[in-house]
Design a protein around this ligand. Structure first.
Ligand code: FAD
Ligand code: UDP
Length: 381
């Protein structure tokens, strides 16, 4: 069949690879001047440092199939993400672990003592935390919440943590040992030459044609048997129900000599520091050496029409609007909506890849059964 894939991020690239391998003809349309979507990375001409242009990306997963899949397309180097945070005039270790607790409270607790101590300061009256704030108060109590989460979260999301869902904080562990690995996943690594070559390899197939600098709109659907759309779901419908809310990011670059901050990511927990974090990209490739260094201060703000949408907000208003768009999407027969923008969800790369693999399998089944290819392969509600 003759398919259009809109968007050359991980979702589009994996789908293109799987459909092309099965003998279909694919045209990929990408409005930017490069492939790889928000995972795009590029070696800086001036310093030689590998830059993650749309913010730092660390590959981490428990999904062995996905880990084996990406390792077919590039060489991964061992990399463990260790994040620090500056708060109230001191530097602490994240995610909150025994070192953080002992340093913050000026104690020398062992794991069992620390657990008992945190339970004594946590708000145990909260049974089912509904908001981000309640979740934090229940798990770490007021002091640690205010030092590490409150200011950062207000800067990141632009709303009070009382309005945000508890699920955002559930992404972060609290540990009663000295393990400062930011992620709990079994596999973690960094592609030796960045993410762009993975996407390049995924899309190198005789059946795949890529059009850069080429936007795609709903009117072009008639030229294809089916369209897999990974752009924003509201954009497909010309925003006729309104715009779904996103946060965008501004990355402000500075160049320095030697080593600027001694680690890849330094968060800033205080609300009066305007940026949320500083990433120093050469530390994401500890196997390389560079005399100069490049850092990015990361500022979060409301996403306007001309900005890149980064984080879907998904507050109550957005969810109601999303449901209307989902109904409209389900009424279409020749378009599937996928990826972080097509389904308006925060997705890590591994989930994106797993969902694209699953979508290709479901597509093959639909074709074999002569059924319509579904509008969604996962429930985005
Ligand atoms: P995208 O990468 O957004 O690709 C969609 C593409 O579609 C874009 O290139 C866009 O230009 C194109 N497009 C849209 N509309 C059209 C149109 N009409 N016509 C043509 N082209 C169009 N994940 C991790 O696993 N680890 C991390 O450490 C991590 N860090 C992150 C940090 C930040 C700041 C952010 C925002 C995300 C992070 N992620 C991370 C998530 C990761 O970026 C996503 O999982 C991944 O980018 C999703 O891929 P995608 O293909 O669905 O979407
Ligand atoms: N968070 C925080 N302080 C930190 C790090 C994270 O308050 O130092 C909160 C913030 O609200 C963030 C959420 O925890 O959105 C999830 O953190 P994660 O590091 O997963 O954020 P991401 O890398 O996705 O921006």
């Amino acid at each position: 069949m003759n398919f259009a894939i809109v968007g050359a991020g991980f979702t589009g690239a994996v789908l293109a690879q799987e459909l092309a391998k099965a003998g279909h003809t694919i045209e990929v349309f990408e409005s930017r001047n490069h492939i790889a979507g928000n995972c795009y990375s590029q070696r800086d001409e001036q310093t030689g440092v590998m830059i993650h242009n749309y913010g730092p990306h660390i590959f981490h997963t428990d999904n062995e199939e996905v880990w084996n899949y990406v390792n077919q397309f590039t060489e991964f180097m061992p990399y463990i993400n260790r994040v620090k945070t500056t708060s109230q005039g001191q530097v602490f270790s994240l995610p909150i672990n025994l070192h953080t607790i002992n340093q913050y409270f000026n104690k020398t607790l062992n794991p069992i003592e620390a657990k008992t101590f945190i339970q004594s300061i946590a708000d145990t009256t909260i049974e089912e935390p509904q908001s981000f704030e309640e979740q934090a108060m229940k798990f770490v109590g007021k002091n640690l919440y205010e030092a590490f989460f409150k200011g950062y979260t207000i800067k990141q999301w632009g709303v009070s943590p009382t309005e945000l869902p508890a699920s955002i904080l559930k992404r972060l562990p609290v540990r009663f040992n000295y393990d400062d690995n930011y992620f709990n996943h079994k596999y973690q690594g960094m592609p030796k030459e960045g993410y762009t070559p993975i996407v390049e390899a995924l899309m190198s197939h005789d059946n795949i044609q890529v059009h850069l600098n080429t936007g795609f709109n709903a009117d072009q659907t008639k030229d294809f048997d089916h369209v897999f759309y990974t752009g924003p779901i509201d954009a497909w419908f010309n925003y006729e129900e309104g715009r779904l809310g996103y946060r965008t990011l501004d990355f402000v670059r500075e160049d320095h000599q030697d080593d600027y901050q001694g680690c890849a990511v330094m968060n800033y927990g205080d609300q009066d520091v305007p940026y949320t974090r500083i990433s120093e990209h050469k530390h994401f490739a500890p196997w390389e050496t560079h005399e100069q260094t490049v850092i990015f201060k990361e500022y979060s703000r409301e996403c306007t029409e001309s900005d890149i949408p980064y984080y879907p907000i998904r507050l109550v208003n957005e969810k109601a609007m999303l449901n209307t768009y989902i109904e409209k999407a389900k009424a279409q027969t020749k378009v599937s909506f996928l990826g972080r923008l097509g389904t308006y969800r925060y997705l890590d790369m591994d989930v994106t890849i797993a969902e694209a693999l699953d979508a290709s399998q479901k597509t093959f089944k639909s074709i074999a059964g002569k059924a319509d290819i579904p509008a969604f392969f996962v429930d985005p509600a």
